[in-house]
Write a protein that binds this ligand. Structure first.
Ligand code: PLP
Length: 233
């Protein structure tokens, strides 16, 4: 069987096989753990990640690692996303999403109930950087629509939100980037299919029921580029 399942495979097949190519040197079918932090480098290589093409060879593990890449490809297949990045924690993934998108003068619409660390980020740190925040009940799409302004850059939902488990059924339409984080144990991987442009998940919560690991993932879904480029009308 092909080791890189396309969309015709079901979720369970993708969970087992996606991203796991046999080792090209030994033919080993189980993924190797690559512990190296650095890789053979071209003498002309640039020590900056700026302008690095997506298909550049591995260079430094913070930028990319073969074992982590396999996880990212599996997560991508499960989520139906264009790209995924794995992080050391859920908050690292969520913070990366905010800092990749938001600049001084931008406006963020966010769920009025979120995980405590996300709330702290949006109570203090982001406003201190000149980012305006409006918190709304994301289960009320009219309230979300009313909160959107021409400066709104990101609409961020958390579903089921932590701690009260209120649901946001759908990504609100916003003319900007719609992103979502989730708090579920054994929940579904389908936030990209639900119409968002990006999503992030605390991996420890989602896959390990807070038992024995912390991780975080961020996905880029279809329409990200266009949504990133435009603001609300
Ligand atoms: C909704 C939500 N976001 C973010 C986090 C933070 O994840 P981490 O502890 O891996 O940083 C959690 C943790 O439970 C969470 O439930």
């Amino acid at each position: 069987m092909k080791k890189s399942p396309d969309n015709t495979y079901g979720l369970r097949t993708k969970a087992v096989h996606a991203g796991e190519l046999p080792d090209p040197n030994t033919g080993a079918s189980a993924p190797n753990l690559v512990m190296s932090t650095t890789y053979l480098a071209d003498p002309e290589a640039n020590f900056s990640v700026e302008g690095l093409p997506a298909d550049a060879p591995f260079f430094y593990t913070r930028w990319g690692n073969p074992t982590v890449r396999q996880l990212e490809e599996k997560l991508c297949a499960l989520e139906g996303a264009e790209a995924a990045v794995a992080f050391g924690s859920g908050m690292a993934a969520i913070s990366a999403l905010f800092f990749a998108l938001l600049r001084s003068g931008d406006h963020l619409v966010i769920s009025d109930v979120t995980y405590a660390a996300t709330a702290e980020l949006t109570n203090d740190l982001l406003p201190g950087l000149g980012i305006r925040i409006t918190k709304v009940d994301m289960s009320d799409l009219d309230a979300v629509a009313a909160a959107i302004t021409p400066d709104t850059r990101l609409v961020y939902a958390e579903t089921p939100c932590n701690p009260i488990l209120r649901l946001t059924d759908r990504y609100p339409r916003c003319g900007c980037v719609g992103a979502c984080s989730r708090r579920t144990v054994g929940g579904r991987f389908d936030l990209c299919h639900a119409g968002g442009h990006a999503s992030a998940s605390p991996g420890g919560r989602f896959c390990a029921a807070f038992a024995d690991q912390i991780s975080g993932w961020a996905w880029r879904c279809g329409g990200w580029g266009a949504a990133r480029a435009r603001r609300a009308d």
